[in-house]
Ligand binder design. Structure first.
Ligand code: FE2
Length: 241
């Protein structure tokens, strides 16, 4: 069973799934790809009005719809928290958007533009609040010093998530694979927004691209299974590479 820790599958809450039918269609995509658990990660960002108290009920409603569609996929809570917005969130609010409700790990979206000192400061500030970070899609925030930036974030205890659909090919793939070969990629997720457009809610092609790297081939079970399981459980996570 695979995991998808970054997916905008909750309906009508951000720029993701448009309605419940779209959400269930995304779940069908994921199921066909061997995904068994999806973290619902709506944007926690000033341009989206997500009510955090509603998240558990919204996830439960989607799980009921998925079950009645005959799928075995489980949706768990989460959020894609914009780094510039972290300061305004209380400890309870941060807890509400930890991946899997595990109370430990949040998916942290870098602010617009290349990764910079402010992102490292945010990771440090969250760490001081006992929250650990999975950095979302750094390939969309890559300046010339991106590999050094990622190494600094990983040295601070952060993990790094890349977009599955960009790994098999495309402009960003060589850079992402280079990061992965250096041990700077830990999580592969879909960042899917809809079954009607854009990336599919799948991870297997991205995992296969990583498995082609000799540095990571021995660690694919950790990347596909053990790492995401531990993140959702709120455990300490020490990558074996
Ligand atoms: Fe996202």
């Amino acid at each position: 069973m695979r995991y998808d820790l970054h997916c905008h599958i909750l309906p009508g809450i951000d720029d993701g799934a448009g309605d419940l039918e779209d959400s269930v269609a995304m779940a069908w995509q994921a199921d066909a790809d061997g995904v068994g658990v999806i973290a619902a990660t709506p944007h926690i960002r000033s341009d989206h009005d997500v009510v955090l108290d509603e998240l558990p009920a919204r996830v439960a409603e989607l799980n009921a719809a998925i079950l009645s569609a005959g799928l075995a996929i489980k949706i768990v809570t989460g959020g894609e928290v914009a780094a510039p917005d972290c300061d305004r969130l209380s400890d309870d609010e941060l807890h509400a958007v930890t991946l899997g409700g595990g109370g430990r790990w949040i998916l942290l979206e870098p602010g617009p533009g290349p990764m910079d000192d402010a992102l490292e400061a945010t990771v440090d500030a969250l760490h001081a609040r006992d929250v650990r970070c999975v950095i979302a899609h750094p390939e969309r925030h890559a300046g010339a010093d991106a590999a050094d930036r990622l190494a600094a974030l990983v040295a601070r205890g952060a993990l790094v998530q890349v977009t599955a659909g960009y790994l098999p090919g495309g402009d960003a793939a060589p850079t992402m694979l280079d990061w992965a070969a250096r041990g700077l990629v830990h999580v592969v997720s879909s960042d899917a927004h809809s079954a009607r457009f854009g990336r599919t809610a799948t991870v297997s092609e991205g995992l296969a691209a990583l498995a082609g790297l000799p540095e990571l081939a021995p660690h694919m079970d950790w990347i596909a299974h053990e790492g995401p399981r531990a993140i959702l459980a709120g455990e300490d996570v020490t990558p074996p590479f």
